[in-house]
Design a protein around this ligand. Structure first.
Ligand code: SAM
Length: 272
């Protein structure tokens, strides 16, 4: 394990992340911010900001007074810095367990597609709650890896059929946190009150199979890092298995959906 999770998660390159997941996390982040319906002029902390999808959505739609965006993966943070130059944003190299504090507390501490990668999500919630000002909220969105995130579900199911050792890496099994029950219990165990959870579904539409498959070859993120570790023959078998599982579509558009679970909570009686 390194500071950003198992080395095999491979948070290695901003462009590869954008091609693989950023193109969808940016869509999700906009829906997540709209769902949070935040007060303008709030002070935000984005934990596990990666290439900056959530921070960009906050700047675009939430009229923040400030956003501190942090991540321990230097390559992704550098890429975020280059993608978004906004005077309200401060980029910080830090991870869960050593989050930057705000002099009077944040109004919102949020993470997008990151909570499940933190070493101890319950303690992460506890830490995030401790950084809030009175009346502040913690919030998170995570993919429904076990079911509604169809792209990754298809990928890992195909990977397990081709390579049994993928079973231990299948994100549907690795992240039991990522459903309504898992989030509710992690947030309550972390000391959160008024926990509100809802599903957010976005379309993930690919021009053709190549558009879906190529980003898996970029090496950044758990699934691409798994592919990078395969031999050429294993990779070809996986490509073929995944193509078949998607209905053997030869050249056509592939329309999938991705479901995330969004959660927001406060500190309850501490706020009264
Ligand atoms: C799937 S990416 C999400 C990035 C971005 N928030 C988005 O929505 O595109 C997961 C992120 O969590 C970060 N991460 C992993 N372990 C972390 C930790 N312990 N503390 C903070 N961030 C962490 C990774 O570096 C990576 O940027």
């Amino acid at each position: 394990m390194n500071a950003s999770g198992p080395a095999s998660d491979g948070w290695a390159a901003g462009d590869a992340y954008e091609a693989f997941m950023g193109r969808w996390s940016r869509v999700l982040a906009r829906a997540f911010v709209a769902w949070l319906d935040p007060r303008p002029q709030s002070a935000w902390l984005d934990v596990g900001c990666g290439t900056g999808a959530l921070t960009a959505a906050i700047c675009e739609f939430a009229e923040p007074s400030s956003v501190v965006a942090c991540d321990p993966a230097t390559a992704l943070l550098d890429s975020a810095r280059h993608r978004l130059a906004d005077p309200r944003v401060t980029w910080v190299s830090a991870g869960s367990g050593s989050l930057p504090a705000h002099p009077v507390g944040y109004d919102v501490v949020a993470s997008c597609l990151a909570l499940n990668f933190f070493p101890d999500p319950r303690r992460a919630v506890e830490e995030q709650l401790s950084l809030l000002r009175l009346g502040g909220r913690v919030a998170a969105a995570v993919w429904d890896y076990g079911d509604g995130m169809q792209l990754l579900r298809h990928f890992w199911d195909a990977a397990v059929r081709v390579e049994p050792r993928a079973a231990a890496l299948h994100e549907g099994c690795r992240f039991p946190l990522c459903n309504a029950e898992g989030l509710e219990s992690a947030f309550r165990a972390g000391g959160a009150h008024e926990v509100c959870i809802e599903a957010i579904e976005i379309p993930t539409v690919f021009e053709d199979f190549g558009d879906l498959w190529r980003p898996f070859l970029g090496g950044t993120g758990p699934a691409p890092a798994f592919v990078a570790d395969l031999t050429r023959a294993q990779r070809d078998r996986l490509e073929c298995e995944l193509r078949n599982s998607l209905g053997g579509i030869a050249g056509g558009r592939i329309a999938l959906t991705a479901r995330a679970w969004a959660v927001t909570a406060g500190r309850g009686s501490l706020d009264r």
